[in-house]
Design a protein around this ligand. Structure first.
Ligand code: NAI
Ligand code: 15L
Length: 281
């Protein structure tokens, strides 16, 4: 079986997971990870609330709503790792965020508790600290400053994971992803961008390290411009290799630099800081 090199070299057979659950597998990141993680486990169990297409050779497909506790209990059974990408991924009505990101996460942790505590990588977000300014450099000790209800739901997720770690020893990597897309698409992303390849190598480190604990990790590539310090997590051996700087010239030629007073240029969370509280129907 083939596995993409993680920190310093290929994983040995012993490092393979039997069954890795990927929630949110139909989403942008889920689709990017689906093929890249094919060799990471004997079986990939892919789940989403929407259709997932046709199963590949080592894939199991499960359509379910994270808010459905019984379905999530079955979903997690038999898995020895969980890459949790599922949920509402931008600002939205509170009822939607509540179901997917709060209730859904509670269901996932209860299912993990019932089924041998598989290690979890939780896709948290830079929006837990979105109201820090771009001229501030912070580490994981900085108090949260969420920039909307979506950011608050990720704060909840980090707190929930921490409680399950302290109370039950459930290990989770809390990855505060900056902007994980094919390439940075605005000036703000020159600081917060993480390449898909660097995310894959981070996933490798998280599931390979003998003792994970419950660290917060900034999900960013090795960008020249950085707001966040990952030095506390060096024990994971993660060495991101890409650098958003490579795209600066292309970006500057294609879009104007934002006004210095615009939220896009002022806050780490960019335009998320300007979102309203969306009204329920
Ligand atoms: P996405 O919105 O493309 O994918 C999320 C997936 O979750 C969707 O396929 C959606 O159908 C599924 N989902 C939503 N509600 C659900 C429910 N109740 N039950 C089951 N599935 C449900 O988002 P993307 O970009 O793929 O992000 C994945 C994760 O990473 C999200 O949790 C997001 O908050 C987090 N993240 C992503 C960043 C990025 O740059 N792509 C940055 C920071 C965090
Ligand atoms: C996020 O948390 C979102 O899920 C993603 O769609 C991007 O908007 C990203 O943050 C970002 O801040 O660029």
């Amino acid at each position: 079986m083939n596995w993409i090199a993680a920190a310093d070299g290929p994983l040995s057979e012993d490092d393979f997971l039997k069954r890795l659950l990927i929630t949110g597998a139909a989403g942008g990141l889920g689709r990017a990870m689906r093929s890249r993680l094919a060799g990471f486990a004997e079986t990939l169990r892919l789940s989403d609330i929407v259709d997932l297409g046709t199963a590949g050779p080592n894939e199991e497909l499960v359509v379910c709503d994270l808010a459905d506790a019984d379905a999530v209990m079955k979903l997690v059974e038999g898995c020895d790792g969980i890459l949790h990408l599922g949920g509402v991924s931008v600002e939205d009505k509170f009822s939607k965020i509540l179901n997917a990101n709060l209730l859904g996460l509670y269901n996932l942790y209860e299912a993990a508790r019932a089924h041998g505590q598989p290690r979890i990588l939780f896709a948290s977000s830079n929006h837990v600290v979105g109201f820090y300014r771009q001229d501030e450099h912070i580490d994981v000790k900085a108090p949260m400053k969420p920039d909307g209800l979506y950011g608050v739901s990720k704060c909840f997720g980090e707190a929930l994971a921490r409680m399950y770690f302290e109370k039950f020893g459930q290990e989770t990597a809390l990855v505060r992803i900056g902007s994980c897309f094919e390439k940075p698409i605005n000036h703000r992303m020159l600081s917060g961008w993480m390449s898909h390849d660097d995310f894959v190598s981070l996933i490798g480190c998280v599931f390979r390290t003998p003792m994970l604990g419950c660290p917060i990790i900034w999900g960013i590539s090795d960008n020249d411009s950085k707001w966040w310090d990952n030095s506390h997590a060096s024990y994971l051996g993660w060495k991101p290799k890409d650098n958003a700087e490579r795209y600066r010239a292309e970006l500057e030629a294609s879009i104007p630099r934002p006004e210095p007073t615009s939220a896009l240029a002022v806050y780490q969370g960019g335009m998320f800081t300007q979102d309203p509280i969306f009204a329920e129907d």
